[in-house]
Design a protein around this ligand. Structure first.
Ligand code: ZN
Length: 250
C-alpha cells in the first residue's frame, strides 16, 4: 500500500554506494524510516541525494510497519538557502532536528509539532542572514519548549514543580530539576539531587515566556544551558549538536 504525506528529512545515512536510509518526520504519519533506493545516483527519482532539512511531498510503501518502508517518490525542496549563510542558525536547526528525532516515536503523528517545526525552520531560514544570535536563541528555546510540550513532557515553569508554590520575583534562589520536571524552590531543591541552579533572571523569563524577546543574550544562554542539561537527563546522553549551540558560561 502506498502512503502519501508531507515530510521533512530529519536523518539521512548512506546504506550503499547508491542508496540511503532516510528518516522523515511526516505530517500525518509521524516519524518513518525508509530506504531510498538509488537516491545517490546522478539521475534519481528523488532529485539527487536526500539531505537533512529538505522537505516536500513523499510517497512510501509500508508493507509492515516494523520493517523499513520504501520511499518511492520525493520531490525535495531545500530549506537551507539562508541557513547556509549563518552557521549558528544552521547549527540551531540541526540541534532542533536531532532533539525532535530523539523525542518522537515511529508512526506517532504530531500535527501541531510538525507545523511548528516547519515554521521554526522557515523563520530561521528566512532571517538567517539578518538576524542576531540572540534572536536565533529565542526561536530555538521556544521550539525546544514546544517540543517538550507536544511530546507530553511539558515542564513546570510557573511554580515550584514539587510544592506548587507559584514562582515570584521574590525568590532569591531558584533551581531546575529534570526529575521534578521543572523549577524547584529553595525549600524543595534538596529533595532533587539532580537539580541545577538557575539565575533569577533566567527563571523569571522561563516563568514569563512572553518577555523572552526582551532578555539579554547571556540570560538566553543560561536558559539554553538549563535546557541542554534537561535534554541530556531526559535522553540519557548529551545531544550531539549541543556543543555547537552552547556558549561556555563563566
Ligand atoms: Zn517547592
Amino acid at each position: 500500500m502506498l502512503t502519501k504525506d508531507r515530510a521533512i528529512c530529519v536523518r539521512a545515512v548512506d546504506y550503499s554506494e547508491t542508496s540511503q536510509i532516510v528518516t522523515f518526520f511526516a505530517r500525518l504519519s509521524g516519524k518513518i524510516s525508509a530506504i531510498a533506493k538509488g537516491s545517490k545516483r546522478p539521475k534519481s527519482a528523488f532529485d539527487g541525494p536526500i539531505e537533512v532539512l529538505s522537505f516536500g511531498d513523499i510517497v512510501f510503501s509500508d508493507a509492515a510497519k516494523e520493517k523499513l518502508a520504501t520511499l518511492t517518490e520525493y520531490q525535495q525542496r531545500s530549506l537551507r538557502g539562508g541557513l547556509r549563510k549563518n552557521l549558528f542558525a544552521l547549527d540551531s536547526a540541526l540541534f532542533a532536528t536531532e532533539l525532535l528525532n530523539r523525542l518522537t516515536h515511529d508512526y506517532d503523528p504530531h500535527l501541531v509539532l510538525f507545523d511548528q517545526f516547519i515554521q521554526f525552520l522557515e523563520d530561521l531560514d528566512g532571517e538567517a542572514t539578518t538576524v542576531r544570535r540572540g534572536d536565533i536563541l529565542v526561536r530555538l528555546i521556544l521550539f525546544q519548549l514546544a517540543l517538550l510540550r507536544e511530546v507530553g513532557l511539558r515542564p513546570v515553569l510557573k511554580a515550584c514543580a514539587n510544592c506548587k508554590r507559584p514562582f515570584s520575583s521574590e525568590w532569591r534562589e531558584c533551581y531546575f530539576s529534570s526529575s521534578a520536571n521543572g523549577l524547584t524552590c529553595r525549600d524543595c531543591e534538596m529533595s532533587f539531587p539532580d537539580r541545577v541552579r538557575v539565575g533569577v533572571r533566567a527563571a523569571h523569563c522561563l516563568a514569563n515566556l512572553r518577555q523572552i524577546a526582551e532578555v539579554q543574550e547571556n540570560t538566553l544562554d543560561e536558559i539554553e544551558a538549563v535546557l541542554v542539561y534537561h535534554f541530556t537527563e531526559t535522553l540519557g546522553h548529551r545531544p550531539k549538536m549541543a556543543k555547537h549551540v552552547q556558549k561556555r558560561l563563566r
